[in-house]
Design a protein around this ligand. Structure first.
Ligand code: NAP
Length: 332
């Protein structure tokens, strides 16, 4: 490990924050590039990938029905990263400060880690809708994870809200368990990839209600029993929205994600708060890189998160080399 221009040695060369597919891949590539690399994770490694029942679209894996679960995939990534020599620390980063050419990262307990470069791979969290009943019944019929909670609703009718990849993927998963899945989407078409959307539209146990909005979730003290839906007028004969109540035991909400970009308040972001980066994954702050779901414009797949992490670590290593070369006065 080298020292910076002021002669100060950081604790590590590369600090990665977040241990989902992007962060674990960055850790692996950082260590392979010869950098002393530390990955911080505030909860369990894996992030949203842990919610994947079958990772069937990772190129080169899963042919012939041999797809891994998200959990097993993350275990493999973690082992591989450790084999290459990167460390994982179960700590939450709460602030990042640039001090000369060093980054100072404050941990939740008040301790500090210094690094020559930082990769943010903190991902994105599921968005809530804020409709009446949503907060009250969360964990009692309202869920944001079909793999986790679907088995509680075997042979029951359930609702899925949303029209993106997650809604279509999870509706298809739930159709294996539930007696009926009703997908409620506010627009007249899915946003999801065609392959996922078609699988939902063709499934005999899934009914899709387009142009429909969830207005309320109702139930008794312990459980969801119905939803209030509003069908928007779309044909000339429908002049008024139709508001109606429909029975069901659970509501699975997949209304998109919120970027976890709060550690970089000064870095450039898009209008939704995702971090803007160049092709080398660098943010607008020199030495601060971003990878995975919190990057603006990302396709947001496991495979692209891994690729982002690898690229971010590669360019972070080049950036550190350039800084140190300048510090030691590389021959012209
Ligand atoms: P998303 O693509 O942003 O889709 C969110 C969906 O929720 C949209 O259909 C949106 O409607 C709807 N929505 C948003 N706010 C709403 C509201 N207030 N009320 C009702 N509906 C609302 O998010 P995602 O499906 O969670 O996916 C996130 C990322 O992960 C994406 O990049 C996706 O590709 C990726 N992903 C990939 C896979 C896979 O490849 N198998 C699986 C899961 C996720 P509009 O369409 O009208 O905007």
């Amino acid at each position: 490990m080298g020292s910076d221009i002021s002669g100060m040695s950081p604790d590590v060369d590369l600090l990665v924050i977040g241990a989902g597919p992007a962060g674990l891949s960055a850790g692996q590539y950082g260590a392979r590039a010869g950098l002393k690399t530390l990955v911080l994770e505030k909860t369990a490694p894996g992030g949203q990938a842990l919610l994947i029942d079958r990772l069937e679209n990772y190129p080169g894996w899963g042919a012939g029905g041999e797809a891994l679960s998200g959990f097993d995939f993350i275990q493999n990534l973690q082992t591989q990263m450790a084999d290459f020599g990167a460390s994982l620390l179960n700590e939450e980063a709460v602030a990042i400060k640039k001090d000369g050419s060093l980054f100072r990262v404050t941990l939740a307990g008040g301790a500090e880690k210094t690094a020559a470069a930082v990769i943010l791979a903190t991902g994105a969290l599921r968005r809530t809708l804020g409709v009446p009943g949503e907060a009250r019944y969360t964990g009692r019929g309202v869920s944001y994870c079909a793999t986790c909670d679907g088995p509680f609703f075997r042979r029951k009718k359930v609702f899925v809200i949303g029209g993106g990849d997650a809604a279509c993927d999870e509706a298809w998963f739930l159709a294996r368990l539930a007696s009926k899945v009703v997908v409620v989407h506010r627009r007249d078409r899915f946003r999801a990839q065609r392959a996922l959307a078609e699988r939902v539209l063709c499934h005999p146990a899934i009914e899709v209600r387009f142009n429909t909005i969830l207005r309320e979730i109702k139930g008794d003290d312990d459980a969801v029993s119905s939803v209030v839906l509003e069908r928007l007028p779309v044909t000339p004969t429908e002049s008024e929205p139709l508001v109606y109540e429909d029975d069901g035991a659970a509501v699975f909400i997949f209304a998109g994600t919120e970027p976890q970009s709060g550690l970089a308040p000064d870095a450039a972001k898009d209008e939704a708060g995702y971090l803007r980066t160049g092709a080398r994954m660098e943010t607008s702050l020199p030495g601060l890189f971003a990878a995975g779901d919190l990057r603006a414009g990302a396709f947001r797949q496991v495979v692209t998160a891994c690729a982002d992490g690898a690229a971010a670590a590669h360019y972070a290593a080049a950036w550190i080399d350039a800084q140190r070369g300048a510090a030691y006065g590389a021959p012209a």
